[in-house]
Design a protein around this ligand. Structure first.
Ligand code: SF4
Length: 344
């Protein structure tokens, strides 16, 4: 199941390859490695992957999601089609991969299907992640018709009681229905895409439901089920929620009893050379870890994305990352860039 989905994803990405996009990937690599070796920021390519925040509000109240917990200081809204189209026009020739979600529920944006359509027309592999509560038959049909690459549906428990401990305000049945609606739309349209991924955040209290989750995924028509480590706002206070099986946790407990992130925090990070995130209102931020858009690198509502990407602010951030990653507040708790080569 997982292998077939991976092959489908690779195939879709390969279909999007053009000479310009391949050269762009190479330019990004050269820029990143030259920057790492010289400790000076060089950037030669445009982002290979882009995140568009289609909606920054949400219908649920997940406790460790800053949007769900209402702890973000920035405003809420929906990305307009005009801004989205301008952004796509600016970068589509170079970009291979797009996500239509960041801090919010993408199905709240009535233009979601049109956004997928615009990206598919440019052969950009597109991913939507949803809590599934608002997915209707029409939306499911639309996402299949417009050739969405992958849909991730969050199902963090196999009983309503366990599910709603994290997905506060959500109904397990509706999340499972979303999977089924997309699966039947695919059947009706004889389509291989989107790949349907049922994703379960693993906590100490739902670890035992992993076998049932695999069963449910099959039953409702998901192509793959993934088990994702949960992120905690206050890991030390929430120790009891962290699974004991460390395979399902991004944290470890130090000999002094402190909960710490795995990996080496001082390794550099490649993200700002390869990808970018655009909040609903056009604010460009370096990565999806900047949930509150605290490192605003420019406003794509007022200037072109390219000028922001190659601009002083962005390069200043890259330089800071090369010099002193530990001093950047958003990087301190980030699990990315902790591997040997700074990739994820
Ligand atoms: S280390 Fe994390 S927060 Fe910092 S730039 Fe990389 S992905 Fe973003």
């Amino acid at each position: 199941m997982a292998l077939k989905s991976q092959l489908l994803e690779i195939l879709a990405l390969l279909k999007g390859l053009t000479l310009k996009r391949v050269c762009n990937v190479i330019r990004c690599w050269i820029g990143y490695w030259l920057s790492r070796l010289t400790k000076r920021s060089y950037v030669f390519g445009l982002p290979v992957a882009l995140t568009f925040e289609s909606a920054s509000s949400c219908n649920l109240h997940c406790p460790d999601c800053p949007r769900g917990a209402n702890s973000l200081t920035r405003s809420k809204g929906l990305m307009s089609m005009a801004l989205f189209e301008r952004l796509v026009d600016d970068v589509w020739a170079y970009t291979l991969h797009a996500q239509l979600f960041f801090q919010g529920e993408p199905t709240l944006n009535a233009n979601l299907v049109s956004m997928v359509e615009a990206l598919s027309a440019k052969r950009i592999f597109t991913v939507v992640s949803t809590n599934g509560q608002l997915v209707t038959a029409d939306i499911a049909q639309g996402l299949v018709r417009t050739q969405l690459g992958k849909i991730i549906v969050s199902v963090d428990g196999t009983t309503q009681e366990v599910y709603s401990r994290y997905r506060v305000g959500g109904a397990l049945d509706r999340a499972l229905d979303a999977i089924q609606l997309v699966a039947s739309a695919k059947k009706q349209q004889n389509a291989s895409y989107p790949i349907i991924e049922m994703q379960m955040l693993v906590f100490s209290y739902n670890l035992h439901q992993i076998p049932d989750a695999k069963q449910l995924a099959k039953q409702y028509g998901a192509n793959v089920v993934t088990f994702k480590t949960a992120q905690f706002t206050y890991p030390n206070q929430e120790k009891a929620l962290i699974p004991l099986d460390t395979k399902y946790s991004r944290y470890y407990v130090s000999p002094h009893g402190d909960v710490l992130l795995k990996g080496n925090p001082s390794v550099s990070c490649s993200k700002p050379w390869f990808s970018s995130v655009i909040a609903y209102n056009g604010a460009v931020v370096p990565c999806c870890w900047d949930k509150d858009a605290s490192v605003s690198l420019g406003g794509a509502d007022a200037e072109s994305f390219r000028s922001i990407w190659f601009g002083v602010e962005y390069n200043g951030f890259r330089q800071l990352l090369l010099n002193s990653k530990r001093q950047i507040p958003i990087c301190a708790d980030c699990p990315n860039g902790r591997t040997r080569f700074g990739f994820h």
